[in-house]
Design a protein around this ligand. Structure first.
Ligand code: NAI
Ligand code: MG
Length: 482
């Protein structure tokens, strides 16, 4: 049935089953190929943000646990991994990819339960892409010399990797796969709200027979991350997360031998020119900002529309927003799931209030959302000034600011007027305009007539306060080599 007022089809719920998943009540640390209790015997709860129920207790690693993990990684590096034939290393990485693929349904459901993202996204994007990263880098492991001709390539040693909660399994894959392929060993810390798929990955790593200590997974909060950053026997720090923590890491590693790559926040511009295919652009805008509840570092959170088509585009966008499903992430109809944590929901709500106070005009979809759990209705702001807080700061939620422009030069200036430089989108019918804009936008990735598309073979990363270093493709491999 289609309802008159919202233009939305009413579907019966179609819930993904959870009977096939296996979760322990309590997870220890995965160090040196074994599950070990944290020295301080401290644990914290991981909850399901869609209903606030506890899923499992997770070990909280302290400095001494991190030290054990780094020592295990060093031993594994010196004694086994750096001596192994590259083609044998490749076989292990392939095996991890295959095992993940076999258990894809379990990974997808756990990712959705622990993080709040719609099952459609974890099933169709996060998990397959994570597997593909392992496949892709497995292929390079014994071809490093071909990848970088006329240069001598050498692994770095032990990599400390700290990842965020927006793409938990995918970020683990982005970090672990190239590190292993380049011959390094790893100590990885998942984010405190989303440790479960990294721990599941540890189970698969165990099953794959990977030599003990090559990959160690230590769970915990920010202090656990800091213990990794400050450990003297780490050769490389790879971090994805907030700009604030990125700056702390840069300070802490300055003057040390540690090689660092940082992938931080963004406030990416999505630019619609007057000759753009409007319906396609609307889909791209929706995908750019509402995908994964806007918990995307490269989210297209600033929309710039050419003045002559602005009214039409905003009308179409509002209409499209009315038909988005907000609700239970396990429902296959859901477009927008739960916000990852109560803290993040409060941050988003704070910015919405700032936007209203700044005098921007808000439009929010009037749909029902579950009473338990953390939900945010898709929101857009029009009448936004370039200098306003909501157009400058990263909100990391389903909140879009919309501004208009008249000339191309004006929009280039506006788009580049940001402390960030991670991604951008351009919508136009003309290839020449695409090339003109892509060469002038200061962003690591520029999508043309699409948005939020990822592939293991293409590098990703930012300029300015969005960080430095590239992940994915050969660039991602280089980050783990001398
Ligand atoms: P965060 O930067 O605090 O967390 C990311 C990871 O860093 C987590 O694993 C955390 O435990 C760890 N961490 C925290 N403090 C640390 C420290 N001092 N040393 C080493 N590791 C540390 O991000 P948070 O607080 O979860 O989110 C805050 C904001 O950051 C979000 O609202 C969003 O704007 C941005 N963010 C950006 C992400 C991106 O993909 N670029 C991902 C997550 C958040
Ligand atoms: Mg959780």
């Amino acid at each position: 049935m289609k309802t008159e007022d919202t233009n939305k089809w009413e579907y019966a719920p179609s819930l993904e089953g959870t009977k096939h998943i296996q979760l322990k009540e309590k997870y220890d640390l995965f160090i040196d190929g074994k599950w070990v209790k944290p020295n301080a015997d401290r644990y914290f709860a991981s909850i399901n943000p869609a209903n606030e129920e506890k899923l499992a207790d997770i070990a909280w690693a302290s400095e001494s646990d991190v030290d054990l993990a780094v020592k295990a990684a060093r031993r594994a590096y010196v004694d086994v991994w750096s001596k192994m034939k590259a083609s044998d290393r490749a076989k292990y990485i392939f095996r991890i990819a295959r095992l993940m693929q076999e258990r894809a349904r379990e990974f997808a459901v756990i990712e959705t339960l622990d993080g709040g993202k719609p099952i459609r996204e974890s099933r169709d994007i996060d998990v397959p892409l994570a597997c593909n990263h392992f496949f892709y880098y497995a292929g390079w492991a014994d071809k490093l010399q071909d990848a970088f001709p006329n240069r001598s390539v050498e692994s770095l040693g032990v990599a400390g990797q700290i990842i965020p909660w927006n793409f938990p399994l995918l970020m683990a894959a982005w970090k672990i796969a190239p590190a292993l392929a380049a011959g390094n060993t790893v100590v990885l810390k998942p984010a405190e709200t989303t440790s479960l798929t990294a721990l599941k990955l540890a189970e698969i790593i165990e099953e794959s027979g990977l030599p003990p200590g090559v990959v160690n997974i230590v769970t915990g909060h920010g202090d656990t991350g800091a213990a990794i950053v400050n450990h003297p026997d780490i050769d490389k720090i790879a971090f994805t997360g907030s700009t604030a923590v990125g700056k702390l890491i840069q300070k802490a590693t300055a003057g040390t031998r540690k090689k660092v790559s940082l992938e931080l926040g963004g406030k990416s511009a999505n630019i619609v020119l007057e000759d753009a295919p409007m319906d396609q652009a609307v889909e791209g805008i929706v995908n750019g900002i509402f995908f994964n509840q806007g918990h995307v570092c490269c989210a297209g959170s600033r929309l710039y529309v050419q003045e002559s088509v602005a009214d039409e585009l905003v009308r179409k966008l509002k209409q499209r927003m009315q038909s988005l499903y907000v609700g239970n992430p396990l429902d296959k109809n859901t477009d927008i799931g739960a916000i990852n944590s109560k803290e993040q929901l409060e941050t988003i709500e704070k910015y919405v209030q700032i936007g209203i106070k700044e005098g921007a005009e808000m439009f929010q979809v009037e749909c029902e959302v579950p009473t338990k759990g953390f939900y945010c209705r898709p929101t857009i702001f029009t009448n936004v000034a370039q200098s306003s807080v909501i157009a400058q700061e990263e909100i990391f939620g389903p909140v879009l600011t919309i501004q208009t422009f008249r000339t191309i030069d004006e929009v280039i200036q506006k788009a580049n007027n940001s402390p960030y430089g991670l991604a951008a989108g351009v919508w136009t019918d003309k290839g020449s305009r695409i090339f003109n804009l892509t060469s002038k936008l200061r962003a690591g990735v520029v999508w043309a007539n699409t948005y939020n598309k990822f592939d293991p073979a293409s590098p990703f990363g930012g300029y300015k306060e969005s960080g430095f270093g590239r992940e994915g493709g050969l660039h991602g491999l280089e980050a783990y080599l001398k």
